[in-house]
Ligand binder design. Structure first.
Ligand SMILES: Cc1ncc(COP(=O)(O)O)c(C=O)c1O
Length: 366
């Protein structure tokens, strides 16, 4: 008898698993500060908890496709409910958009560094990631991305603000790529957190092959409930609705999002925590000789601690001993000793700066 291994489709068999182990380790060690996964460290509001409790009473019923929520999200973007598809987190969206455009052997252009989930979902769907490293200042190499397009290219991923670099993509660069006519996944996961909130969603009308991804995990702080949405041409939405699993977003999640959308003050409060926090972290890190914090428009800061001559993994382990999880950037096209820290609340950011400054002193003393 053949082993079941022989029956597994080759692209699944050969794909690299995305490791979510850091999340399990964090849950097992709740006393360690979670500054590794770009979550919002502000807990959900009372209004959200009440909405969840109310929705729980109807937990015996299947949810719909969230027409009321889609209408609000569509209208906020100058579109309609028909231009919005909800996802179980935007990771679900990444997966069903890839599933719509990409089959085994098709190519997908990805910058690097960027959100690593794009690559892992491309591989799982049988696609071939074509990786285009960013410039030394972490700008997307638009001309190189354009030059990499072939007959087999089915999708291009762009992220602005980009995770983990925090950089924005200029509109003229995006337009150059859109002019190719190849489908573009434009990820605005962090868009509400920019100093000046810029969106490219207005380009969908002229370029219906662009889709804009958003999430409730970052600015809105609802990562645990899992909700993302894609804004797109309604004909594309029809295809995404075929590929996505029905009832992919739960009733309590829809209720939580509606409650959050009614509460603009809560979003503004959370935005302020992140904007003030990232500036504080950046300024304090840049006081440490030889260590550099990149400016960011997301809820995270990329830090170059190469001068300490430790790998990012070693720095992570040393910081865990000081009670803080950070995210090593070793898996990316990025230098030794680079890590990303998530912006927390004021006291958490302070703890991070104290702990990291202490670590720098210890390493320097040897
Ligand atoms: C750029 C980007 N897109 C999407 C996501 C996924 O978010 P979620 O699946 O929670 O919506 C993340 C998470 O870190 C991200 O950084």
């Amino acid at each position: 008898m053949k082993s079941f291994e022989a029956y597994i489709v080759p692209w699944v068999k050969n794909s690299e698993p995305y490791s979510a182990k850091h999340m399990d380790v964090a849950w097992e060690n709740p006393e360690v500060l979670r500054m590794m996964s770009n979550e919002n460290l502000v807990p959900p509001s009372k209004r959200v908890i009440e909405a969840l409790t109310k929705a729980a009473i109807q937990g015996n019923l299947y949810p719909g496709s969230g027409p009321e929520l889609r209408k609000i999200l569509g209208e906020k973007a100058g579109l309609t409910a028909d231009n919005v598809v909800l996802g179980n987190g935007s990771t679900d969206i990444i997966n069903f958009v890839i599933g719509t455009f990409v089959g085994p052997g098709d190519e997908v252009i990805l910058p690097d560094p960027t959100f690593s989930m794009y690559k892992s979902r491309v591989l799982i769907n049988g696609g071939i990631p074509v990786i285009i490293p960013t410039s030394v200042e972490y700008k997307f190499e638009v001309e190189k991305m354009i030059a990499a397009v072939t007959e087999k290219t089915k999708l291009i991923f762009l992220c602005s603000p980009n995770n983990p670099t925090g950089t924005l993509m200029p509109e003229e660069d995006l337009i150059k790529i859109l002019e190719l006519g190849v489908p573009v996944f434009f990820d605005e996961a962090y868009y509400e957190l920019q100093d000046e909130v810029i969106t490219r969603v207005g380009l969908i009308k002229k370029y219906p092959h662009m889709v804009v991804n958003r999430t409730f995990s970052k600015a809105y702080g609802l990562a645990g409930f899992r909700l993302g949405y894609v804004l797109c041409d309604e004909r594309l939405a029809n295809y995404f609705n075929r590929v996505k699993i029905p009832w992919n977003v739960s009733l309590p999640t829809i209720a939580a999002a509606l409650a959050e959308l009614e509460d603009e003050a809560d979003l503004e409060r959370k935005r302020k925590v992140v904007i003030d926090g990232r500036l504080y972290i950046q300024e304090e890190i840049n006081k440490l000789p030889g260590i550099y914090a990149f400016p960011s428009q997301g809820n995270f800061v990329l830090i170059d601690a190469g001068i300490l001559d430790k790998t990012a993994l070693e720095l992570r382990d040393l910081m865990v001993k000081k009670g803080i999880f950070i995210r090593p950037m070793s898996g990316h096209n990025i230098g030794k000793g680079f890590f990303r820290v998530t912006v927390g609340q004021e006291d958490e950011n302070k703890k991070f700066i104290e702990a990291f400054s202490e670590l720098v002193e210890e390493i320097k003393k040897g």
